[in-house]
Design a protein around this ligand. Sequence first.
Ligand SMILES: [Zn+2]
Length: 416
Amino acid sequence: MSDLLPDLESRVPEDYLPSALLRILNKSGARAVLSAPPQDLGLAESMPFPFLALVGQMEMRIALLLSVINPAVGGVLLIGPRGTGKTTAVRSLTGILPDIEVSTCPEGCLPEDFAREGAAGVCPECAEKLAKGIPITRLEPVRLIELPLNARLEDVVGGINERIAVQQNRIRLERGILARADQNLLYIDEVNLLEDSIADAILDASAAGNYTVRRGAMVGTYRSRFVLIGSMNPEEGNLRPQIMDRFGLRVAVRGLMDSSERLEVYRRVRAYRTNSRAFLREWASALVEAREEVSLARELLPEVTLTDEALALGLQLIQRLDIDSHRAEYAMFEAARAYAAADGRGRADVRDIRAVAPMALRQRRSAFMVEFFRQQQQEDDAIREQIDAITAETLLAPSASSAGSASGTPNVHASS
Ligand SMILES: [Zn+2]
């Protein structure tokens, strides 16, 4: 191994715990060349740059991992200039994700529908298949759906298939990009340039896990349980605060400042471009291991609880930072649970809060809202002051005039 290879292990901030997953994340080596042919490991020609071969950018990579281990985190927004590896990192994420069970039916029937509602929950063909013990799903690798910037609202949510309508004189609702992203990753590059109505539709569908489209008399409800990842270059315009708030985690991505790290990036990218198959083979075993770790972390996640100290620290932090959005603690606590799960622990403690708080809480404070509430407080104080003044004038005045008279004085005398 070259001496120029950075010792990435030492660059992990101390707040980050050593964990199986994070150790794997840190592996700059993973030089074990597998003898197995790449296709046996599910490596396709189009396999993206390996997630583990990314250099540095630990916070971005941890945030991405937490969001796929626990989708309740609410996605990730990557903020930074061009060329810092944001898109490469997002594209590489699919390589460490376990396969998903997808429906083989055009209607999207799943065994869980049958489990919940019986035969009425699936289409007649699927009901028949299930009765015969024929599976209605197959395992597929997770896909990254990239939202084109010029996508129209009907591309995103789906609509009437005009081609079929014209050719076959038949109206059919088509699933949109959101439904196709179900169980996958949805990536919006330059999310700050996206039209408001589309951004809102995506965020609503992402939060609800499903959405309904109405076209005249036709209604379609689709699943949309995807992990949303956005990226933006702040030089090209700001994101509306309400959209910013809806991303669970926010990471500021800078270019690497360390020369040896930059050199390593150059070498790896060059190796990947020169002979991607060989490069991927080199990383294959580490990727398989990481996929296994993600799988284990996901299995553990439902059992992970937060300690009372962790909850108290998180809530106090929110209070001291003057953060209004309740999404802040939700994202922070869910990210802390994912962090503990990645570390193989069933309890998330203050160390997990420390590790995830910056990404969950940054950019949540609004100078405008702080000022707004401060002014509101002043106004409220002024209102109360006037109430007190009026009360004193109208109520105290008569009671003051009556103070010398009957009611109070005899008691005083009586008691003394
Ligand atoms: Zn079906």
